[in-house]
Design a protein around this ligand. Structure first.
Ligand SMILES: [Zn+2]
Length: 239
C-alpha cells in the first residue's frame, strides 16, 4: 500500500536529516477511514519496515489486539487527528536545535523561506500546565488533548524541554516542515549569535505568499526516490 511505503520512507527521511534519532515517530491518517491512523510499533525509526506498521483508532488503541507495543507517546497523534480534520500526517521529534526555543523566551521566527510556515505561529506547550511532576512524555489521551489544544490551528507546536510536533495535510508537508523547522532553528541561532536581536525575519505578507504554495513536492520526490532504492537494496540483502 503506497501510504504505508510513504510512512516508512518518511521515518527514514527524518532520521537521515537528524530530526529523529532512536526516538520520535511519524504517523499518517488512513485514506479509507479518517477515524484510524497508521504508525510503527515501538522501535527505532531507522529500523522501520512496512511489516512494523500498525493501525490505531483515534484513542490510540491498536485495531488488532494483542499485537506488539506501540509508542508510549502515540496519544499525541490520536488527539491531534481528533482535533484537526485537516491534518493527515504528524511528526513528533526531539530535534536538538529546536529544543532551546522551547525552554527560553527566545521565540522561533521564520528566518528562511523554506520554513515560512513558522510565521503562521508555533506555540509552546508546557506539560506542567496540564500535569505537574511528569517525565515530560505524553503518556495518555489527557496530555495528548492538552497538547492538541495548544497546537490549535497552527502548523507546529513546541514541547518544553522535549521537542516538537509538526503537522500537515499531506505526509510530504509534515516531513518537509519538520526538516526545515530544524534548519530554521539552526540558522536563527547562528544569526542571533552574529547580530543579537538585529536579525531580519520574513514579513507577514512574505510568509503568506510562501505558504500559499509550499508543499515540499520537490524535496519529497527526491527523498522518496532515494529511499525507494535504498529500501529495495536493504530488502534484497535481508532476503
Ligand atoms: Zn517525545
Amino acid at each position: 500500500m503506497s501510504i504505508i511505503e510513504d510512512l516508512v520512507i518518511a521515518s527514514r527521511v527524518c532520521v537521515e536529516h537528524g530530526v529523529i534519532d532512536a526516538y520520535g515517530h511519524v504517523s499518517v491518517r488512513s485514506e479509507t477511514n479518517p477515524q484510524r491512523y497508521y504508525m510503527s510499533r515501538a522501535i527505532a525509526p531507522e529500523m522501520i519496515t512496512e511489516s512494523d506498521i500498525m493501525e490505531f483508532d483515534l484513542d490510540s488503541v491498536p485495531v488488532v489486539p494483542n499485537g506488539p507495543p506501540g509508542y508510549n507517546e502515540r496519544f499525541i497523534h490520536g488527539e491531534i487527528y481528533k482535533a484537526r480534520p485537516d491534518v493527515n500526517s504528524i511528526v513528533h521529534n526531539h530535534s536538538h536545535s529546536v529544543i532551546p526555543f522551547s525552554c527560553t523566551t527566545c521565540q522561533l521566527k521564520p528566518i528562511f523561506h523554506m520554513a515560512a510556515f513558522i510565521g503562521l505561529g508555533v506555540p509552546n506547550w508546557d506539560i506542567a500546565d496540564a500535569q505537574k511532576g511528569t517525565d515530560l512524555l505524553v503518556r495518555n489521551n489527557v496530555l495528548g488533548k492538552s497538547l492538541a489544544e495548544k497546537l490549535g490551528k497552527h502548523p507546529a507546536v513546541l514541547m518544553r524541554g522535549h521537542g516538537s510536533v509538526v503537522v500537515g495535510e499531506k505526509i510530504q508537508t509534515a516531513v518537509g516542515r519538520t526538516v526545515y523547522l530544524d534548519h530554521n532553528a539552526k540558522m536563527q541561532f547562528q544569526a542571533m549569535m552574529m547580530a543579537g536581536q538585529d536579525v531580519m525575519y520574513m514579513a507577514d505578507d512574505e510568509v503568506m505568499a510562501n505558504v500559499a504554495w509550499q508543499e515540499y513536492y520537490r524535496s519529497w520526490d527526491l527523498w522518496k526516490k532515494k529511499w525507494q532504492k535504498k529500501l529495495a537494496e536493504e530488502k534484497s540483502l535481508n532476503s
